[in-house]
Design a protein. Structure first.
Length: 242
């Protein structure tokens, strides 16, 4: 990663752009290289400026953020995308565009801090560990290499010296560490709920209080309840927009 993260801010509301620029000014490694107030202007500036990162408003006239993100993927230098909107219902669709994160307006400083951390992790990933171009997660198990769609992964956990990936297509046992998988899955909506568990937030269907501030959650199609450490509950609730 270069010394600074070249960043383009895109929002049709001037106040929203100014607010985000102010909040990002606290991060010395974020360099604002441009602003745009339309999807069309976003594409033009991204082509000229070649930013590493684009904060992209979803609801804009003519070309909305989703359409702009689709066009950004065609650039020679494809930037990371953080979607921003006042409406949480766009979250699931946003991650289909491989956005690294999704922020709600008005901006929450703690959530923004977590987003910047995810961006830093993504930009420092070694090339050999980055997600492959097809958007699949390559894992080796029993001598074979499987290519898993991250959106089909429900959760991942570490059991002694074995990592198990539970997906809609089955369970895979691999030797890759949980930390390495967490790094490789940064562009997708995975969240650590316990030192031994990573969960796909898009698969979460229920979150229930347990005891001593801890919670349990359920994921699609699974009867097992997963323990959420109380150290992760606050951030998890934010990410789930509770």
């Amino acid at each position: 990663m270069s010394e600074t993260i070249r960043t383009l801010i895109v929002d049709d509301e001037r106040y929203n752009r100014e607010e985000l620029i102010f909040l990002l000014s606290h991060y010395t490694n974020i360099e604002i290289v441009g602003e745009a107030d339309t999807g069309e202007s976003c594409i033009v500036q991204a082509t000229q400026l070649q930013p590493d990162l684009v904060f992209l408003d979803i609801e804009m006239p003519v070309m909305n953020g989703m359409k702009a993100a689709d066009s950004l993927k065609e650039l020679r230098h494809v930037p990371l995308i953080v979607f921003a909107t006042a409406h949480p219902q766009f979250a699931a669709e946003a991650f289909r565009y491989e956005a690294i994160d999704y922020l709600l307006k008005p901006y929450d400083e703690d959530q923004l801090k977590e987003t910047v951390h995810r961006i830093e992790q993504r930009l420092t990933v070694e090339p050999s560990k980055a997600p492959i171009p097809a958007g699949k997660l390559a894992v080796e198990a029993s001598g074979d290499i499987f290519f898993l769609d991250p959106f089909e992964i429900l959760y991942i956990y570490r059991d002694d010296k074995v990592t198990r990936i539970v997906s809609t297509k089955g369970t895979y046992e691999i030797k890759t560490t949980l930390k390495e998988l967490e790094t490789r899955l940064v562009p997708f909506s995975f969240f650590r709920i316990h030192k031994s568990y990573l969960v796909n937030l898009q698969a979460v269907t229920k979150l229930s209080p347990w005891f001593n501030g801890a919670y349990q959650l359920e994921v699609e199609g699974q009867k097992e309840q997963l323990a959420v450490s109380r150290n992760y509950v606050k951030e998890l609730r934010k990410r789930l927009e509770l």
